[in-house]
Design a protein around this ligand. Sequence first.
Ligand code: ATP
Ligand code: MG
Length: 286
Amino acid sequence: MLWGLDEYFFFHYNGYGARRPCASAPTNWVIHEKGNTMLELRDISFEVSGEKAQKEIIRNVNLKIEENRFVVITGPNGGGKSTLAKLIAGIEKPTSGKIFLDGEDITEKSITERARLGISFAFQQPVRFKGIQVLDLIRMAAGKQMSAAEACRYLSEVGLCAKDYINREVNASLSGGELKRIEIATVLARGTKLSVFDEPEAGIDLWSFQNLIQVFERMQEKTKDGSILIISHQERILNIADEIVVIAEGQIAQQGSREEILPKLLGTASAVTVCSRFYQGGEGQC
Ligand SMILES: Nc1ncnc2c1ncn2[C@@H]1O[C@H](COP(=O)(O)OP(=O)(O)OP(=O)(O)O)[C@@H](O)[C@H]1O
Ligand SMILES: [Mg+2]
C-alpha cells in the first residue's frame, strides 16, 4: 500500500474532529452506550489480482462491533486479520460489501475521513519517519498542544523511559520493539472512539509485554470511552476480551464471548501462550 506522507500523518496524527465527544462536540454525535452497534461490516469481500486469477482474501464477512467493547481478533497466519483491519481503517477498499460506522456508510470514505470520524489504527509493522521527533509524533496524534511532560506519560505507559525517547528521531535508529511501542503510545494519545491495534505484542520483549498487557487491561476497564479492536495471538490479551472473533481463510470461523470461545481455542495454534512462544523462539525458559 502506497500513500502520501500527508495522508499518513493525518490518519495517524491529526486528532482534530476525531476526539471523543467533549464540550465542543458537534451536536449530532451519537451517545455511546453498551449494546449499540458502532461498526458494522456487511457482506465484505476483498480480492486481489493474482498471477493467473483473482485471489479472494476476505470472503463475505459480516461483523458487528458494539460500542464500549474490547474485541480481540485471532486466527492462523495468513487468515486475513490484517487485511480486515486495513479495510476498517480505509487503507484497502472492499471489492464488495459495505462498512458502517455509527450507522453511516463509510465504505467509500478515505483513510483521512475515517480518521476524522474517529478510527485510529496501529500497524503490525509501523512506519519510520526521518526528521520527526517522538515528541512531535505524540503531539500530532493528540491533535492539540501538549507539554513534553504530558507526552512523556504516554511513553511511560508503554514501558519506555520517556526522557530517553522524547527527543529521538523516528528513524531507523529505533529498534522494531521501540517503534512499535511508540506507535501504540500515539494511538493512546489520539484516544479515538475506535482504536485498532494489529498484533501490538509483535516484536515486544517478554518483560515489556507484561507492562503492555497492563496498558490494555486499563484500556479494557475504560472502554466506556470507545471500542478497542486488537488483533492478537496472545492468551493474556484474549483473556481480557469481551468478545473474540476467529478469522481463518478469509472468513469468520468463530465469534462470541470470551467465556464461550477461549476454551475452544486454548491448546490450538490460535492461542499461543507467552511462555511457549518465548521458549519455542529459543530465547530462554520461563
Ligand atoms: N495485496 C495483496 N496481494 C496479494 N496477497 C495478499 C495481499 N494482501 C494480503 N495478501 C494475502 O492475503 C492473506 C491474508 O493476509 P493478512 O496479512 O491479512 O493475514 P493475517 O491474518 O494478518 O496473517 P498474520 O497472522 O501472519 O499477520 C495472506 O495469504 C497474504 O499473503
Ligand atoms: Mg497480520
